[in-house]
Design a protein around this ligand. Structure first.
Ligand code: HEC
Ligand code: HEC
Ligand code: HEC
Ligand code: HEC
Ligand code: HEC
Length: 214
């Protein structure tokens, strides 16, 4: 019979050895799988408690992102709008709709609607919205075509290499600040305009570790 294992292993029960090899492989596979940038939440689209549609409110009704996400330009965190913002219109529009029952209930009781979070970075990575929006990184560069989403999904990986791709070459993405909430923004001479903006605003996106981990 061919010797698969060296002689000394004769003393060790085969079962244990094979078990060890299998476990080791599983651990290595696990680490590789869960920590590799290929394992991402792209496409994650949890069902929300209220069937709110960005496609309807942004694309069809023409509301600007900042009408609801008011803090994206002046704070670290983007906010989800309070029920009051919905009631600006829905105290008069679709007041009998079943789809808006939770909104009316939240309005009457004062309890917030429990929206399910779509985008989530781990705590050990630092991220600040206003640092990006105020220099001209568009919402769509990180969140995709939200105006076409019936249900919000994660459009980009939010992985470290994804962050770094832009930090190394921001000129590929930077746009005038007035265009940050524009969906479908496109210019033919992006690199030229991008480089001008990067120079003018003296943009230095961190690529050293402590820039995002501290
Ligand atoms: C009328 C209010 C309103 C407007 C206008 C609006 N949103 Fe939202 N947005 C919401 C609400 C409510 C949620 C939470 C429910 C959901 O995820 O659909 C949300 C969720 C999101 C999320 C997911 C947040 C998470 O949980 O990670 C993103 C990203 C987002 N909006 C981006 C945008 C962008 C970009 C625009 C402009 C193109 C925009 N929104 C316009 C109300 C609005
Ligand atoms: C600027 C006004 C405006 C604001 C603000 C607004 N909506 Fe609307 N919403 C509308 C209009 C207009 C419609 C479409 C009504 C129709 O189809 O007759 C609509 C439709 C809806 C519907 C579908 C209702 C149905 O039964 O067809 C839902 C759900 C909804 N909105 C949720 C929300 C939520 C949640 C918010 C707050 C985050 C919000 N809306 C903020 C104007 C608004
Ligand atoms: C450079 C990339 C980037 C840009 C630009 C950006 N976002 Fe985000 N956004 C993120 C990341 C990353 C998260 C998750 C943050 C976290 O988990 O701390 C997020 C989270 C959110 C959330 C959920 C916040 C919460 O606390 O639930 C909303 C809403 C949102 N963004 C809206 C916007 C809007 C609107 C714009 C444009 C005005 C915008 N974002 C621009 C990367 C970006
Ligand atoms: C599409 C382009 C783009 C993407 C994607 C992007 N960034 Fe940035 N980021 C920038 C630019 C441009 C700056 C420089 C701003 C300046 O120089 O004022 C910046 C600056 C920063 C800063 C320094 C400013 C501050 O807030 O202290 C941090 C930290 C940062 N980004 C973290 C992240 C993380 C984490 C991600 C991924 C989840 C990310 N960025 C994704 C373009 C981007
Ligand atoms: C532009 C921001 C940014 C910079 C610069 C950065 N990281 Fe990260 N890093 C992240 C983000 C965001 C994550 C979370 C990725 C995820 O959730 O998939 C991360 C995750 C990690 C992880 C966890 C394992 C992984 O790959 O997901 C390690 C380890 C790490 N970073 C080390 C480093 C080291 C070492 C450096 C310097 C060479 C560095 N990072 C520079 C943003 C950054």
């Amino acid at each position: 019979m061919a010797q698969i294992f060296p002689k000394w292993t004769n003393q060790v029960p085969r079962k244990i050895l094979i078990g060890l090899i299998v476990t080791l492989n599983a651990i290595i596979f696990g680490i590789w799988y869960f920590f590799s940038p290929e394992f991402t939440d792209v496409g994650y689209a949890p069902e929300q408690p209220v069937p709110y549609s960005h496609q309807l409110h942004v694309d069809q009704l023409g509301l600007d992102c900042q009408y609801c996400h008011t803090s994206t330009f002046d704070s670290k965190q983007a906010n989800i709008p309070a029920t009051q913002t919905c009631m600006n219109c829905h105290n008069q529009i679709q007041t009998e709709s079943e789809n808006l029952e939770l909104v009316r209930e939240s309005w009457e009781t004062g309890a917030s609607i429990e929206w399910i979070r779509v985008h989530n970075l781990p705590d050990y990575a630092y991220f600040n919205h206003s640092a990006h929006t105020t220099v001209g990184v568009g919402c769509e560069s990180c969140h995709g075509r939200v105006d076409k989403m019936e249900v919000v999904y994660q459009a980009e990986p939010l992985s470290m290499s994804w962050c770094l791709d832009c930090h190394r070459e921001p000129e590929k993405y930077i746009r005038p600040v007035e265009e940050v909430t524009t969906m479908g923004y496109k210019v033919e001479n992006q690199l030229e305009i991008g480089r001008e903006l990067v120079d003018k605003k003296n943009i230095h996106a961190p690529t050293y570790c402590q820039g995002c981990h501290y």
